[in-house]
Write a protein that binds this ligand. Structure first.
Ligand SMILES: C[S@@+](CC[C@H](N)C(=O)[O-])C[C@H]1O[C@@H](n2cnc3c(N)ncnc32)[C@H](O)[C@@H]1O
Length: 236
């Protein structure tokens, strides 16, 4: 792992190229995977409910959920001003009609700027791996969820399926070069592949969710098991 790598400074640097790099690195599949999270969150949210998107980045989860659930109030938080700036520009362009129902602000998953029991649903897409230690983020999200509220997490992980493993090894060696070329900052993409290697995935991450105090934690895999979608609930 790169020593002293500053995650937020890295995202500030790559923010303008982040969406394009994602398209190039996944051949656009990240949109499909993220829309799985959006549909799951939309299904779990009550009418006129409050949803929090942690590590909102360039705002695609907010946009994806608004497409299917215009009745929700959505708040997005992220510590990277660079990513938030891109999110605000996109929301102004693509969701100005929903402006009063969307709030985007600076915030760290380890210290969320909200009272206890505020949100019906919390989403975090390719974010939890960046939170160090991630258990602090899980605890904070549990705190601000309403009793019975749902957490939906999307994250990359080591593939569960053996045949995918070999191809993935090659792919993850290539990623830093593709991401680095497009964004002009390769360390951010080296950090990505290194953290995906070491971050708990599948049953291991589900165990962390139970350990934190969530109930009904479960997961399914997407993209041949290189992406994981987790759901869990705060006890009623
Ligand atoms: C890979 S991006 C994901 C963005 C977006 N959720 C998506 O689906 O494209 C990871 C995001 O996590 C944010 N992040 C890093 N550390 C964080 C922390 N401690 N708390 C919350 N977000 C954090 C970064 O600023 C970045 O915007």
């Amino acid at each position: 792992m790169q020593k002293n790598y500053n995650v937020v400074a890295g995202f500030n640097l790559i923010a303008p190229a982040y969406d394009l790099a994602n398209d190039a690195m996944t051949l656009g599949l990240h949109r499909l995977w993220r829309s799985s999270l959006c549909r799951t969150a939309a299904r779990l949210a009550p009418s006129r409910g409050k949803l929090l998107d942690v590590a909102t980045g360039t705002g695609d989860v907010i946009l994806g959920i608004l497409k299917v659930r215009g009745d929700l109030h959505i708040t997005g938080v992220d510590p990277s001003e660079g990513m938030l700036q891109v999110a605000r520009e996109k929301l102004d362009k693509k969701a100005s009609l929903h402006a009063s129902a969307v709030d985007v602000k600076s915030g760290d998953a380890r210290n969320l700027p909200f009272p206890d029991n505020t949100f019906d649903v919390i989403t975090i897409s390719w974010g939890i791996r960046n939170v160090n230690p991630f258990q602090e983020g899980l605890r904070e999200m549990l705190r601000v969820l309403k009793p019975g509220g749902s957490l939906v997490v999307l994250e990359s992980g080591r593939p569960e399926l053996k045949p995918v493993g070999a191809a993935y090894k090659f792919y993850s060696k290539l990623l830093p070069f593709v991401g680095g070329r497009i964004s002009g900052f390769m360390p951010a993409y080296r950090y990505y592949t290194e953290t995906v290697e070491s971050f708990p995935a599948g049953a291991q991450f589900v165990a962390e969710l139970f350990e934190t105090g969530y109930v009904k934690a479960q997961y399914k895999t997407l993209g041949g098991s290189i992406v994981y979608l987790y759901t869990a609930q705060k006890p009623k």
